[in-house]
Design a protein around this ligand. Structure first.
Ligand code: PEP
Ligand code: MG
Length: 325
């Protein structure tokens, strides 16, 4: 199978009925970057910057981060890298930060909430990214955006830093893209202005599912009750697709499910055209997408929905078993 995936490396993830899905990879450490070549990923759809903070025993300095981010951009050789600003709190606690005593940390002071309340680190990180870009295009993504106001505020920090760097005579990115992660259902119902302002939206399916089903992602017992091919969830994704399409906002999905071939197929059938996953998943996802007609997969999901089934999985699996290899 490995050989077969390697032979697909330079081929697009195009279905038999001609729909192409962009496959991106998730990364977070320098060690992940060599996979960019080997996997055939078109871009880094999610760079989890907190890993660099978590492996240290003190807060990294701006110059150090700028150097690191520059190396990441160099290794990407012109492919875009969506740098997600620090996503801490919940399950990710920095050893050098005062621990918060919160009964429900997953719903607590985490991610962009920390960034907006104490913007020092967010701004330092944005400065490091601007310096690392040395004028090259830059893509920044904010984690856990729940409402439009948070996105506006986070974005304004970036614009302020760009302005500041320019006034210091430093080069600023020739192109800047600022996007939001959709990880709570509320953002799907944000005003049109949000979708107009965001350059892109990336669905953080790990968190989104946890809040959609109210099932802790760390708790196997409850997590396993709810299938990612649950029709309510797929219907929700379809709504997000239609909101993004209405304003021409690029949409992708970067949670773990994007790397599971059948899930990836179902998400593409709901209209997703960008999926970001661990590098090893790109081959298997691409192989499956290239084997099928997306409109047929879509029809199978519709049948399951019309029949009132909980999940599209049983019908999709039956249909897949009858597909040519
Ligand atoms: C997600 O929630 O799906 C996501 C990609 O972010 P993380 O897993 O880092 O929370
Ligand atoms: Mg998340």
């Amino acid at each position: 199978a490995q050989k077969r995936y390697a032979s697909l490396r330079d081929l697009p993830a195009t279905t038999r009925d001609g729909v192409t899905v962009a496959l991106h990879m998730n990364a977070g450490l320098m060690a992940d970057l060599p996979s960019l070549e080997g996997s055939g990923a078109e871009a880094v759809g999610l760079f989890r910057t907190e890993l660099q903070f978590l492996i240290r025993n003190k807060m990294p300095q701006r110059a150090e981060l700028a150097q690191l981010y520059a190396r990441v951009m160099d290794a990407a050789k012109g492919r875009s890298v969506a740098f997600r600003t620090l996503d801490i709190g919940s399950d990710k606690v920095l050893p050098y930060m005062k621990p918060q005593d919160e009964p429900n940390p997953a719903m607590g002071w985490r991610a962009i909430r920390v960034g907006l309340d104490k913007p020092g680190v967010l701004r330092m990180q944005v400065q490091a990214l601007i310096r690392a870009s040395k004028g090259r295009p830059l893509t920044i993504m904010f984690p856990f955006i729940t409402e439009h106001g948070e996105f506006q505020e986070a974005r304004s920090h970036v614009l302020r830093e760009i302005h500041r760097e320019r006034s210091l005579g430093h080069p600023v990115p020739e192109k800047l893209e600022i996007g939001a992660m959709l990880e709570t259902p509320s953002l799907a119902y944000a005003p049109q202005a949000f979708f107009d302002l965001a350059d892109f939206v990336s669905i953080g399916g790990n968190d989104l599912k946890q809040f959609f089903f109210a099932a802790d992602r760390e708790n196997e017992r409850v997590r396993k009750r709810y299938d990612s091919l649950n029709l309510s969830f797929l219907s929700f994704l379809e709504q997000v697709v239609s909101r993004c399409n209405a304003s021409g906002t690029r949409l992708s999905f970067c949670g773990e499910d994007a790397g599971r071939p059948v899930e990836a197929l179902a998400f593409a059938a709901m209209g997703l055209r960008g999926l970001s996953m661990r590098p090893a998943s790109i081959g298997p996802v691409k192989a499956l997408l290239r084997r099928v007609k997306l409109a047929e997969a879509r029809a199978v999901i519709e049948e399951a929905r019309a029949a009132g089934e909980m999940s599209a999985r049983p019908r999709l699996m039956d249909w897949l078993a009858a597909q040519p290899q």
